[in-house]
Design a protein around this ligand. Structure first.
Ligand SMILES: Cc1cc2nc3c(=O)[nH]c(=O)nc-3n(C[C@H](O)[C@H](O)[C@H](O)COP(=O)(O)OP(=O)(O)OC[C@H]3O[C@@H](n4cnc5c(N)ncnc54)[C@H](O)[C@@H]3O)c2cc1C
Length: 387
């Protein structure tokens, strides 16, 4: 079993680290204060091809795997940046790649790979159907050559920074039998540029600089040719994308975890009180060391999940465990870091409070850790279902 990165992967890590170094603490702090989208950073990542690396070469992408994508996102967050601004451009297209028609792949994937088209909005969550995805009520009704969509989504991220949205909508009523409840949902590629007058959105005011929106669909016509795969099988298609998403989100959390550990170790090794370095006190040092061990352990599970994914092997258990462990590790590191900084942990100029707000997300979205534990208990360990 080879646990080391290959020379090519090390080179990717080095190149992304170098690219991110242009966008330092000052850049991210200022973007955070303005609640702005990090356009310049996302442009740089796009131009260097990092956001298209999961797209096969035949469609103009980098043709690389999940391990390489994981390295890219880890490095973005490890540099102090925030990959959530652009991560969905990397993986949302996976649904089209796996389940779209050849025509859809040819039409969209090369333009997504080049950044000419941005597919980084993903509309699943609704006000009355959060974790319970099969209960969504946004409706798409077939009329002639189009589907007419009505409904509401919440927490749909990057709508203003996307040309296309991957939308999950109901195309037939909620089945009565529980075992059929994953049926009747369909996935559409919605061109937001054509949606004016029938699609409205409002930015949600949340605790960190993330561009997420409430969206309202009012008789929006989506051409039938934009249905991805078969009508009614959309929930399965969305699930197929979850493992990739969990591995990549875990990678961002791992990047954050390393950032917190590095900052905490550095600051507490410099600051002197009571005639010795703050970091020599076990009450400060041990939580940092503990978090470091947690981050490293989560990283190994994440690479195992990525390797299985790349080998087309089942990886649901590993992808879910990676997301769980990485989000817990980054949160432990965040707490150790803020403790090590004392009052300065709250001062914006140290960036710790910003990363602290950002990293909490990984315990909740794209799936909350309780649901991950339920998956592990029920699907992996075969224990009784809670829902
Ligand atoms: C910043 C941000 C960006 C997001 N971006 C997107 C996006 O782009 N697209 C999108 O579709 N969604 C997005 N989401 C939504 C995200 O996926 C949901 O918030 C998440 O799935 C949880 O759903 P919910 O918020 O409705 O919580 P709920 O489902 O209401 O859950 C509330 C709490 O109850 C717990 N819970 C619920 N059911 C159970 C159970 N059976 N057992 C144990 N515990 C349970 C959950 O763990 C959670 O802690 C985003 C969310 C945030 C905060």
């Amino acid at each position: 079993m080879d646990l080391a990165l290959s020379p090519d992967q090390v080179e990717i890590q080095r190149a992304v680290r170098e690219a991110c170094a242009r966008f330092g603490d000052q850049y991210w702090r200022e973007v955070d204060e303005r609640l702005a989208y990090p356009d310049e950073f996302v442009r740089a990542m796009t131009e260097q091809g990092w956001l298209g690396i999961l797209i096969p070469e035949q469609y103009g992408g980098g043709g690389l795997g999940m391990t390489e994508a994981a390295i890219v996102l880890e490095e973005i967050n490890r540099s102090g940046g925030n990959g959530t601004a652009c991560h969905a451009q990397m993986y949302t297209m996976g649904t089209v790649l796996r389940h779209g028609s050849e025509d859809q792949k040819r039409r969209y994937l090369p333009a997504i790979a080049s950044g000419e088209l941005r597919l980084q909005a993903f509309g699943v969550t609704e006000p009355d159907a959060g974790s319970d995805t099969t209960k969504i009520s946004t409706l798409a009704v077939r009329r002639g050559d189009a589907y007419v969509v009505n409904g509401q989504k919440v927490f749909t991220s990057r709508v203003e920074n996307s040309d296309l949205m991957l939308l999950l909508a109901r195309t037939s009523p909620v089945p009565e039998r529980v075992e059929d409840r994953t049926q009747g949902l369909s996935v559409f590629l919605v061109d937001l540029r054509d949606a004016r007058g029938h699609f409205e959105y409002q930015r949600m005011d949340i605790m960190f600089n993330h561009h997420t929106y409430q969206c309202f669909f009012n008789d929006l016509e989506v051409p039938a040719e934009n249905l991805v795969g078969e009508e009614g099988r959309g929930f399965r298609y969305i699930i197929d994308g979850w493992n990739a998403e969990r591995i990549l989100i875990a990678s961002e959390a791992i990047g954050d975890g390393h950032w917190f550990v590095e900052r905490a170790a550095r600051y507490s090794s410099d600051r002197e009180l009571f005639g010795r370095k703050v970091g020599s006190n076990q009450g400060v040092q041990f939580p940092i060391a503990q978090a470091h061990a947690q981050v490293e352990a989560a990283s190994l599970v994440r690479y195992q999940a990525a390797a299985l994914f790349d080998a087309d092997q089942p990886c649901g258990a590993q992808a879910n465990m990676a997301k769980l462990l990485a989000s817990q590790a980054s949160w432990a590191a965040a707490n150790a870091c803020i403790t090590a900084h004392g009052g300065y942990g709250f001062a914006r100029e140290y960036d710790v409070e910003r990363k602290f707000r950002e990293t909490k997300l990984f315990e909740i979205a794209p799936v909350s850790n309780n649901l991950v534990l339920a998956y592990l208990g029920q699907r992996v360990l075969g224990m009784p279902r809670s829902y």
